[in-house]
Ligand binder design. Structure first.
Ligand SMILES: Cc1cc2nc3c(=O)[nH]c(=O)nc-3n(C[C@H](O)[C@H](O)[C@H](O)COP(=O)(O)OP(=O)(O)OC[C@H]3O[C@@H](n4cnc5c(N)ncnc54)[C@H](O)[C@@H]3O)c2cc1C
Length: 349
């Protein structure tokens, strides 16, 4: 079992910044995210897009914003459970326990739900027998590249993920075939150009316009039926990887007794972003209140206020005074110190 002060569900920008604010107040955090890496929407949907409305950053790539947040929270040594979904909640008088879909148990004094739009699930192709082949040659994400060495792979999709993985897996696979229902790809031009070169060299095949109509095989994927330029074709393959994007799902939080409004968790914004359950907060895109703006900067602001409230809840006997980091510096749990600098006053005699 993992023990911590604050359990944070969601390692998006809001959850990450909450670690920093909690750290300043001496509280440790454990982050749980169903995605395999931190960053939420910024990492998963638009890492290469520039953001223009982060205060003091006239322009910053979403991926760089996440990297900076990770750097900023390093002194507070957060711990992570990635690639697992928070599924069960047990609320007791003094503690909260979360169990993930893979059985990991995390116990804390406070729960912060920073779950964004909810749990991302892969958008699946609308064909028969899909469940039968999941994990048996049909994959929606790539975790370990080794399993594709010398294999035949079909990747379906027209966005950045499909293009990036076609390029990446072509380095290890026997053959990668990229299929897409349109002739035009939505992904980055550089990636499209790279694939054109790989196609010209005979390293990858590209079939457009093509749709997946059936997966065949006794137990594992053996071949797929495709509609290529309106004609039915069959291709033998070891893997079929549809990369059609992700659909956010809020279902889990709806079963935890939280007040839900407009598909989001209702919080008290007059005070501290606490939900209707004491000790459970919701911050960032996942919450709603009058005037809510689903922006990264709103999540940052809510994280700071939430942490001060959580500190008072955990330490009712202590006085909590707001300290400027310019004055207090930063003392990391890892022993690192960023000292406050005294302003030198020079006088002329
Ligand atoms: C294309 C695009 C462009 C955008 N541009 C801007 C912009 O220019 N400026 C701006 O301010 N905002 C922008 N946004 C919005 C911004 O990305 C969100 O406001 C921000 O990501 C919210 O952060 P968050 O941490 O609250 O949630 P998210 O980033 O959504 O992160 C939530 C995390 O929680 C995880 N999670 C959810 N449920 C569970 C569960 N049960 N168990 C485990 N993990 C769970 C998810 O996997 C996810 O990683 C944009 C969004 C998109 C899609």
């Amino acid at each position: 079992m993992i023990n911590t002060d604050i359990i944070i569900i969601g390692a998006g920008p809001t959850g990450l910044f909450a670690v920093f604010e909690a750290g300043l107040l001496g509280m440790r955090c454990h982050l749980i995210d169903s995605l395999g890496k931190p960053g939420g929407q910024c990492s998963e949907i638009y890492p290469k897009k520039p953001i223009y409305d982060i205060p003091a950053h006239p322009e910053i790539l979403a991926g760089d914003l996440v990297n900076n947040l990770l750097e900023q929270i390093k002194p507070f040594s957060p711990t992570y459970t990635l690639g697992e979904t928070a599924e069960k909640l047990l609320k007791e008088k003094e503690s909260i326990t979360i169990t993930t879909n893979k059985g990991t148990i995390v116990k804390g004094k406070i729960l912060v739900i920073a779950g964004g739009l909810g749990n991302f699930e892969p958008r699946k192709p609308n064909i028969e027998n899909i469940l039968k082949f999941e994990g048996k040659g049909l994959q929606y994400k790539i975790i370990n590249k080794e399993i594709f060495i010398d294999k035949n792979i079909i990747i379906a999709g027209g966005g950045d993920s499909a293009l990036d993985w076609t390029i990446e897996l072509s380095k290890v696979a026997k053959k990668v075939t990229l299929i897409h229902r349109r002739n035009e790809f939505r992904g980055a031009v550089e990636s499209v150009n790279k694939i054109q070169k790989l196609k010209d060299k005979g390293v990858v095949d590209v079939l457009t316009p093509t749709t997946l109509t059936k997966i065949n095989g006794l137990e594992y994927v053996e071949s797929v039926d495709l509609k290529y330029n309106e004609s039915p074709i069959n291709i033998k393959t070891d893997f079929i990887i549809p990369l059609y994007g992700l659909v956010p799902k809020m279902d889990i939080f709806k079963h935890w007794g939280l007040n839900i409004e407009k598909n989001a968790i209702l919080v008290d914004n007059s005070k501290d972003y606490m939900t209707n359950i004491k000790g459970i907060y919701a911050i960032g895109d996942i919450n709603t209140y009058p005037g809510k703006l689903k922006l990264i900067l709103s999540g940052f602001h809510e994280a700071a206020i939430m942490c001060h409230s959580a500190y008072r809840l955990i330490n009712p006997e202590k006085r909590n005074v707001l300290k400027y980091t310019t004055i207090s510096g930063i003392k990391g749990f890892d022993g690192s110190v960023k000292a406050a600098k005294k302003v030198q006053i020079n006088t002329i005699k």
